[in-house]
Write a protein of this length. Structure first.
Length: 256
């Protein structure tokens, strides 16, 4: 009986470990997926951010090419307003990057000098090209960082999943061993009970068991034959229920 009880406790303990490990594993994988999602969103945002800046630079370059192809006439207010609008957008977008923001400011100065005929178009193109190249390099770094982050998250997810699978597999194997041991213990207990019942039923002595209230819990076959009673008339009852008052009082004295 103690073996069965101990086996049951060990089984319950391993089931609890299995449930806890599964819960924490799911929480960790969920956190990892959430972190990976947020990292991907942030990377995509900054990649889009760089694309927008490059687009504004391309627009300014297109305006300058058109102006140069017309033999550089005096800049009309609408033309200059279009260029300054692109610059304002770039000024807002590059505030997170001090170096780029400074270059945008220098580009704005050169464009103003072009309007007043105090600057040169090659110098403006050089600053525009430098700013474009820096932004493209930044875009490449962000893409590389995004790919590396995705790769690391993927490998971490795979590694954690494999470790969790191995851990759960070990617990399941231990659980299977405990279940086998418990079944063996239950079978041995049942065999012992059958063996004990066989001895009691075939004994020539009157054998019975009572609880603290004097109610019969078990009687053997010899007891039932001698008293000429059926088992259901005895189990759960006292001597008063199937014996004379004098006999019941006598049996009670013997029990005490």
């Amino acid at each position: 009986m103690r073996l069965v009880f101990n086996a049951k406790i060990a089984l319950q303990r391993k089931i609890a470990w299995l449930l806890l490990s599964s819960f924490f594993s799911l929480c960790f994988i969920g956190w990892l997926l959430y972190f990976n999602k947020k990292n991907t969103e942030a990377t995509n945002y900054w990649i889009y951010h760089s694309h927008v800046i490059i687009q504004h630079l391309d627009n300014i370059e297109t305006y300058l090419d058109a102006w140069d192809s017309l033999s550089r006439p005096a800049m009309s207010p609408a033309f200059y307003r279009s260029i300054t609008q692109e610059l304002r957008h770039m000024d807002t977008l590059t505030k997170d990057n001090p170096r780029q923001h400074m270059l945008v400011g220098q580009l704005a100065v050169t464009l103003v000098s072009l309007r007043t005929d105090t600057g040169s178009l090659p110098a403006t193109r050089a600053k525009l090209t430098d700013l474009m190249q820096r932004e493209k390099d930044l875009l490449i770094r962000r893409r590389t960082l995004g790919r590396n982050g995705d790769s690391q998250s993927t490998w971490l997810l795979i590694t954690c999943s494999v470790l969790v699978f191995l851990f759960i597999s070990v617990i399941l194997l231990r659980l299977n061993g405990d279940i086998v041991l418990r079944k063996q213990a239950e079978r041995k207990l049942k065999e012992s009970q059958t063996w004990l019942e066989s001895i009691l039923e075939n004994s020539t002595s009157l054998i019975y068991i009572k609880d603290l209230l004097g109610c019969y819990v078990m009687v053997n076959r010899r007891f039932r034959e001698v008293l000429e009673v059926k088992e259901e008339m005895v189990i759960g009852h006292t001597d008063v229920n199937f014996s004379s008052p004098d006999a019941a009082a006598h049996y009670r004295v013997l029990d005490e």
